[in-house]
Design a protein. Structure first.
Ligand SMILES: [Fe+2]
Length: 221
């Protein structure tokens, strides 16, 4: 059987259209670096659509946190991110929720998972950009980590998240992490948090990316 391609899978294609729109409409707050990142992600998404790549759905997989997905989508439907939420609902039965870490801290395994939309492993197979979702249960702390050679943005779709205790990001706002920036996330007390993310960087870094937490170093005297 011939492989299915993006143009044969309208729900996945509309999801990419929503990603493109999110990075077009999203505000940059006067930051030239953020504006440039948004443009780079848009260009990558356009190229993925023009490539008409293979769509290879990953086996459906749930994690304990996916019990919070319905609430996260319900809450997100009231926000400016609502058309992205609807596009996600159209593919939600095909999502593969993963941990990505060989060892997941015990508390975190109940409260976190991610699902990819676009990337070298699919479901939309491309090495131009990695796009996906991260879901957190209420009161989750996602330990400090950084991404070697990759620029990352998290777009809040539902709930509220803080990064490095530096501020609160509500639906419609974006967190920007240049390569190597250490970041630790915490989520609100009562509602789940759903983030869309984009990773962009040199081809070899994108293909070889591993998710690793940074061990806490002993305090220096
Ligand atoms: Fe990150």
């Amino acid at each position: 059987m011939e492989a299915r391609r993006l143009n044969d899978c309208p729900d996945w294609r509309y999801l990419l259209v929503e990603f493109y729109e999110m990075y077009r409409r999203g505000r940059a707050g006067g930051s030239a670096k953020i504006r440039a990142h948004q443009r780079v992600v848009r260009e990558a998404v356009s190229k993925v659509m023009a490539d008409n790549p293979v769509v290879q759905p990953q086996p459906r997989e749930d994690k304990p946190v996916t019990a919070h997905l319905k609430r996260a989508l319900d809450q997100g439907r009231r926000e400016t991110t609502q058309s992205m939420i609807r596009a996600i609902e159209s593919v939600q039965d095909d999502l593969s929720w993963l941990y990505g870490y060989e060892k997941v801290p015990r508390g975190l395994s109940q409260k976190f998972a991610y699902a990819e939309f676009v990337g070298p492993q699919g479901p939309v197979v491309s090495d131009r950009v990695i796009l996906g979702l991260v879901l957190f249960a209420p009161k989750c702390t996602y330990p400090a980590h950084s991404h070697d050679g990759l620029t990352e943005s998290y777009f809040t779709l539902s709930g509220a998240v803080s990064e490095n205790d530096d501020g609160v990001f509500a639906p419609g706002s974006m967190i920007f992490n240049p390569p190597g920036r250490m970041h630790r996330l915490t989520t609100g007390d009562n509602e789940p948090t759903l983030l869309a993310y984009a990773w962009h960087g040199a081809h070899d870094k994108l293909v070889a990316q591993k998710m690793v937490f940074t061990r806490r170093k002993k305090e220096q005297p």
